[in-house]
Design a protein around this ligand. Structure first.
Ligand SMILES: [Cu+2]
Length: 185
């Protein structure tokens, strides 16, 4: 007994298959060319300014920044409330004990250079975090990588309180990383 295997497994395309393949191809090319077009017109690109910085040096910058501009203490979180002058460099970090380094108080309509990184801040370890600024109107997510200072130029447009959470799983205290940014009108 012998089993004959058909050697030509494919068949010439029939009309329907040709139509579907053509539609799929056009769709592929359309989305492919939208990538560079979107890059230019959508204004959604994340900033690309970043520097190498040691974890200890960034912690010194954060500590000095907090001490210089501290205006109060938040009772719930125990974090300092820090109000930097408009247009200034702001140093903000996720810490080794799963907290944010401060509660920032910013002014609407003013631009700030927000430096974000990760520090030990309690001496445990500088983890990788994610900075997520929570709003119903926009979606802002940025990686926080130990050893890098990532600079975001931000201009808050509306007064209010914005939740700040960590969106990168960073260890046992990840779920505790809930802070806020206060924007004054
Ligand atoms: Cu986290």
């Amino acid at each position: 007994m012998s089993i004959s295997v058909e050697r030509i497994w494919w068949r010439p395309l029939d009309r329907e298959e040709k139509i579907w393949v053509t539609i799929a191809l056009i769709w592929c090319l359309g989305t492919f060319f939208m990538m560079p077009v979107w890059h230019v017109i959508a204004k959604q690109n994340t900033p690309n300014e970043s520097y190498k910085v040691s974890v200890d040096d960034f912690e010194k910058l954060v500590t000095a920044f907090n001490e210089k501009y501290k205006v109060g203490m938040d009772e719930n979180s125990g974090l300092p409330i820090v109000r930097p002058p408009a247009g200034s460099d702001v140093y903000f970090a996720g810490t080794g004990i799963w907290q944010w380094s401060s509660i920032l108080e910013l002014e609407a309509g003013k631009e700030y250079r927000l430096h974000i990184s990760s520090i030990k801040g309690g001496g445990v370890e500088a983890w990788q975090h994610g900075l997520s600024i929570v709003s119903s109107k926009f979606n802002a997510n940025f990686m926080i990588i130990p050893g890098y200072d990532y600079v975001l130029k931000i201009t808050p447009t509306e007064a209010g309180e914005y939740g700040v959470i960590c969106n990168e799983f960073c260890g046992i205290g990840h779920h505790l990383m809930a802070g806020k940014i206060i924007v004054k009108g």
